[in-house]
Design a binder for this molecule. Structure first.
Ligand code: CTP
Length: 399
């Protein structure tokens, strides 16, 4: 596919040729666009050599009609800016176009832009920069990094540009999402509920029973539904993941009971629900309001009571054309147990997670699932990224 690599004036610009080289190696066609300040850190000749194309740097140079930013925009499937300085983020967030690269960026659909910010950690933490980042993310601009580590100014902190390999991996993910985007059903005007992440069940004021769910699968589902045009209600348990996608409204909860309350109140207004959360089946019957002290030498018995089953309850509430999708994590008789769960909970689809395959399940970025439909149809994903699995699920259950 066609990628423009934009380079702005920060020390990390010296790594830009490596980003270009890796993209070219993956088979993409690349053109570079640099600001004048960027060319103080990286040579024009290096960028033109690795991309095998003339550099775009001046709005007027060698261009009879001064509309090259429009022809490059039409050519580009994705614009990756690495590094993106605080100035670059600020200009794009404010709609300022005062050089070749910022003019190009303003002409491109924000969902086709990936920024790799790099700056001093205090600049990164500044409320103006954080406001700009949140605004750009809300428009669908992709972000990778910045990472923590040693900075060129001699200090340590968050601000280092992400490694070229991480930037290229994210660019490739965005390109495959764009390529497949048309394959997603259009869900404009629809509202979908997604549950994600673990639940924490309190034992006392400082302890809980939890599980290893990261929330990545549910967040990828929310993103895929939003990409298809749906308004998404994301109800998630404790997770460190960020969601700033336009069209996704996030409700944070802690326990299964809180997730049950949020999901059952949102579901009647939704066209469908995908329940990917790893909900605790049990919670301690009594929650101590202080930190429990250890009892000399003796064990501790906790009495657990059952949590409400959110999926089963939504199955009871389901009306008309509402679609309901559950997940299943089985260890024995996987398909038969999942099919039994699908019928018992009145689901339209159940997504069977494979625990047998390396690279599938909790915490990792990949997954392998089998999607079983109430009418007996069956779809196997193979091992793929959670983003690709999410797209496959949305294509299957919402079309
Ligand atoms: N689930 C839920 N509420 C619960 C428990 C689970 O909504 N209290 C949902 C999960 O989000 C998932 C599905 O139910 O979509 C399956 O969860 P799983 O733990 O595999 O199955 P259970 O229904 O708990 O059945 P069992 O423990 O009997 O296998």
């Amino acid at each position: 596919m066609h990628v423009v690599v934009g380079i702005t004036g920060g020390i990390a610009a010296y790594k830009a040729p490596e980003v270009v080289r890796q993209l070219v190696k993956m088979g993409h066609e690349v053109r570079c666009a640099a600001t004048e300040h960027a060319l103080r850190f990286v040579a024009r000749c290096s960028l033109e050599t690795v991309s095998a194309a003339p550099l775009y740097c001046d709005l007027f140079e060698g261009n009879r009609h001064s509309t090259e930013h429009i022809s490059i925009k039409d050519w580009a499937d994705l614009v990756v800016v690495a590094p993106a300085t605080a100035n670059c983020l600020g200009k794009l967030a404010s709609g300022i176009a005062d050089d070749a690269l910022s003019t190009l960026l303003l002409a491109v659909d924000p969902r086709r832009v990936l920024l790799a910010p790099a700056m001093n950690s205090q600049m990164w933490a500044h409320p103006a920069v954080q406001r700009n980042v949140a605004m750009l993310r809300g428009w669908g601009v992709g972000m990778v990094g910045p990472d923590e580590g040693q900075l060129a100014c001699g200090t340590e902190g968050r601000g280092r540009m992400a490694e070229p390999s991480a930037i290229v991996a994210e660019a490739d993910r965005m390109l495959s999402a764009l390529r497949d985007g048309d394959g997603l059903p259009r869900l404009d005007g629809q509202r979908w509920l997604v549950t994600a992440g673990p639940t924490y069940e309190r034992i006392d004021s400082v302890r809980f029973i939890g599980n290893y769910s990261s929330g990545k699968m549910g967040f990828a589902l929310a993103e895929a539904l939003a990409n298809a045009g749906a308004a998404v209600e994301l109800v998630c348990g404790p997770t460190s993941l960020a969601m700033n996608r336009h069209g996704v409204t996030r409700t944070d909860v802690e326990s299964a009971v809180q997730m049950y309350d949020a999901a059952t109140s949102l579901f009647p207004r939704c066209d469908g629900a995908i329940l990917s959360a790893a909900v605790a089946d049990y919670r301690p019957e009594h929650v101590a309001d202080h930190k429990l002290k250890k009892q000399g030498g003796e064990g501790l018995e906790l009495k657990l009571v059952q949590n409400p089953d959110i999926l089963a309850e939504l199955g009871r509430m389901k009306q008309g054309s509402q679609r309901l999708v559950g997940f299943a994590l089985e260890t024995d008789n996987e398909v038969a147990n999942a099919e039994e769960k699908l019928r018992r909970k009145h689901l339209d689809y159940i997504v069977l997670n494979s625990l047998r395959d390396a690279g599938a399940g909790f915490g990792v970025d990949t997954n392998k699932v089998t999607i079983l439909a109430a009418d007996g149809a069956r779809e196997e994903s193979g091992l793929m990224s959670k983003h690709d699995v999410a797209r496959l699920i949305v294509k299957t259950v919402a079309s």
